[in-house]
Ligand binder design. Structure first.
Ligand code: OSB
Ligand code: MG
Length: 371
């Protein structure tokens, strides 16, 4: 594949509901989309970096110049065989995984379209439907949270995950469990606790959670193993796992019993697949995390979730939970049984609505090979 040009765009999309984590609240997204042109086909990728450097050190404003000045020129320097080759091509650039993933995934997307294969098959997936959960942000009141949970359960979602932080944790879990004793329930702390709070974290065991996601520091694995020895609830690592070596280490020392794979956080489909394989070898389930993606990133998350070890419901939910109008057609729909049906169409099975992309674009730049 010879990449002839790469178009980088920033689009603005207001969220239907604001989303609050232990980092703060977001009302809308500034999303970078990339389009790669190769041998007459266009592949799409989404950079999942946030508006601020809170979830990770990358954010919208670091991704743009990293793609423009380093990654796009590397990608267009010479032809590559397949999407898998991007990782080696980008290796001299340290970090910037979300920027790398946007390009790498666009190349996989182009490769699937060129080969007239569904992306999920190209990735090695086998599932014909995937299970969906929802991630519910911190609300203004516990009553508001209960109302949201009720709505999502009625929509069929198979796992409820709530965001927690000190002061918004045991009190709300108490209320949720007294109303729904048996629903599949998780918490995500986004590093809101420290190991000094082990006694407090042990109290989560009473609520029969499917998992506790990223309780401690984002750059720490070992201390999660210490915590896991002291609590019954399964720890799931998100922020701490940046590559397959991290995953292998974490599982070997018992720092987690579950891994959340986000394709942006780990630098693209190639590394995501490696983490999937490492977890499978350890007989540890993985699930697909979300980053409030537009339909482009969402459709890639769906394709990835068809791999066999994605054994738990992902944070891959319907377009309408996030957007008044998503930029793909059809929009992502979740069936009443909480599943998404996987399409047999070539590529992602979703078409990018370029009219809407243009409408939402606030800046755009095209880079060409040899320039
Ligand atoms: O930690 O999983 C997270 C959103 C932004 C940043 C981090 C996280 C999240 C979510 C939302 O939980 C998942 C989604 O619905 O896309
Ligand atoms: Mg998380």
């Amino acid at each position: 594949m010879k990449i002839e040009s790469i178009t980088l765009r920033e689009i603005h999309m207001p969220l239907v509901h604001c989303f609050e984590t232990s980092f703060g609240r977001v009302y809308g997204r500034r999303i970078l989309l990339v389009g790669v042109e190769a041998d007459g086909v266009r592949g799409w990728g989404e950079c999942v970096a946030g508006e601020d450097p809170y979830y990770s050190s990358e954010w919208t404003e670091t991704a743009w110049p990293t793609i423009k000045n380093y990654l796009a020129p590397l990608l267009m320097a010479s032809a590559l065989e397949v999407g898998r080759d991007c990782e080696a091509r980008f290796a001299r650039v340290r970090g910037h995984r979300m920027a790398k993933a946007a390009l790498e995934n666009a190349v996989w997307d182009a490769e699937a379209r060129q080969k007239q294969l569904p992306l999920w098959k190209l990735l090695g997936g086998t599932r014909r439907e995937i299970a969906c959960g929802v991630s519910i942000g911190i609300q203004d009141s516990p009553e508001q949270l209960l109302q949201k949970i009720e709505t999502e359960l009625a929509a069929g979602y198979r796992r409820i995950k709530i965001k927690v932080k000190p002061g918004w944790d045991l009190n709300v879990l108490e209320k949720i469990r007294s109303r729904w004793a048996d629903i599949v329930l998780s918490v995500d702390a986004n590093s809101a606790y420290t190991l000094d709070q082990v006694e407090h974290l042990r109290k989560f065991d009473a609520f029969k959670l499917l998992m506790m996601e990223q309780p401690l520091w984002n750059d720490e694995i070992y201390l999660h193993a210490r915590l896991q020895k002291s609590i019954q609830t399964a720890i799931c690592l998100d922020e701490s796992i940046l590559n397959a070596r991290d995953a292998d280490f974490a599982l070997e020392i018992g720092a987690a019993r579950i891994i959340n794979i986000k394709v942006g956080r780990v630098g693209g489909f190639t590394e995501a697949k490696k983490i999937h394989d490492v977890a499978l070898r350890h007989d540890v389930p993985v699930w697909c995390g979300g980053m409030l993606e537009s339909g482009v990133g969402r459709s890639h998350n769906i394709a990835l979730s068809t791999l066999e070890n994605f054994r738990l419901p992902g944070d891959v939910s319907a377009s309408k939970r996030y957007w008044k109008e998503d930029i793909i057609e059809p929009e992502v729909e979740v069936r009443a049984d909480g599943m998404i049906a996987i399409s047999d169409a070539p590529g992602t099975g979703y078409q990018v609505r370029e009219d809407l992309v243009r409408k939402f674009t606030v800046r755009e730049e095209t880079f060409r090979a040899g320039k």
